[in-house]
Design a protein around this ligand. Structure first.
Ligand SMILES: NC(=O)c1ccc[n+]([C@@H]2O[C@H](COP(=O)([O-])OP(=O)(O)OC[C@H]3O[C@@H](n4cnc5c(N)ncnc54)[C@H](OP(=O)(O)O)[C@@H]3O)[C@@H](O)[C@H]2O)c1
Length: 292
């Protein structure tokens, strides 16, 4: 990370579209390295480094926000019509800037259902869900824009403040078992650090346009929840069988259970040499527990 600070220094200005969970974590980290980082939100808030951007009602950040922007990270999902909010509202503005790099946070949902098999960046995406088709279309639009974009495909994101612990506390947990089903995950700090690592090494490493950021250990929902209950010193409720409860789940929850895949991080962690901070849910959840 020190390396990165000296490579990029204070002259870099990051504009982070969507200062939600991942975007704000990235902004805080990059500021600690001496860079300027502005974020956007759909409504006004008290943060002096946050600006309103809302594609649904056509509000775009003021011209002066873009002055000197060298890097952009987009953390905004497709809008209700399946379009990319940033490209729809600001593509020509972005093209008028001297941008070194744009990062786009996408999802591993574009790979569809691999029936529990490993999937990597060289596999052809086979989205099943409408939202994943929309996402793939947004990825394609970014690539077609000819802007210097790098796409990061992410599985379930968790971290301090957004993990199974909060779900348990808020009584939003349902312990569901489905034979052979696993989910891939990534700790929010690894999204940020992997991106910073890639930015710091972009001169020495071949440029890859699409990169998965996932941990080493796709696991079942039950083992993750059990681990959290153990850390809390509480007894986990008995698991329900997916087949028995699927009709009670929301359509979106059902759709998650219909896809079973193991997302490979070999490109990031072997070819490009990034070392995960939280290589599996146990280490990641311990970090969340400390901050719970
Ligand atoms: N959560 C996951 O497990 C997961 C997994 C894989 C991929 N992803 C994707 O990775 C990205 C980051 O995820 P996250 O969970 O960190 O996101 P998040 O916390 O939900 O933040 C999303 C951000 O997008 C902004 N936004 C939403 N619609 C907008 C619009 N129409 N115009 C302008 N801004 C808009 C939100 O504004 P406000 O701050 O005002 O709400 C928020 O800042 C997203 O694209 C997400 O879909 C998420």
């Amino acid at each position: 990370m020190k390396n990165f600070a000296s490579l990029l220094g204070k002259k870099n200005k990051f504009l982070i579209f969507g200062g939600g969970f991942s975007g704000s974590f990235f902004a805080k980290t990059i500021r600690k390295l001496g860079c300027t980082a502005l974020t956007t939100s759909t409504t006004k808030n008290n943060d002096p480094n946050s600006f309103v951007f809302n594609s649904d009602n056509g509000i775009v950040p003021d011209e002066k926000i873009f002055d000197g922007v060298s890097h952009i990270l987009s953390c905004i999902p497709p809008d209700k019509n399946g379009k990319d909010p940033v490209l729809e509202s600001l593509e020509s503005k972005l093209k008028s800037l001297s941008l070194e790099w744009i990062g786009y946070l996408s999802t591993t949902g574009v790979y569809g259902n691999t029936k529990g098999n490993w999937v990597s960046e060289i596999d052809k995406p086979k989205p099943n869900q409408k939202r994943s088709h929309n996402r793939l279309n947004c990825e394609k639009k970014w690539i077609k824009s000819d802007l210097p974009v790098q796409i990061f495909r992410l599985p379930g994101i968790y971290g301090p403040g957004r993990s199974t612990f909060e779900a348990i506390r808020n009584q939003k947990i349902r312990v569901i078992y489905k034979k052979d089903q696993v989910f891939s995950r990534i700790h929010v700090a690894d999204i940020t650090n992997a991106i910073i690592y890639l930015l710091a090494n972009k001169n020495s490493l071949k440029f890859h346009q699409i990169i998965n950021i996932a941990d080493d250990n796709p696991s079942s929902q039950v083992e993750v929840i059990q681990y959290c209950y153990d850390l809390l010193g509480l007894k986990m409720p008995e698991a329900m069988l997916f087949e028995d409860v699927k009709k009670e789940l929301s359509p979106i929850a059902q759709s998650f259970w219909m896809e079973n895949r193991r997302v490979s991080n070999k490109l990031l962690c072997e070819t490009l040499g990034y070392k995960l901070i939280y290589k599996d849910y146990k280490i990641g959840l311990k970090n969340c527990f400390l901050n719970f």
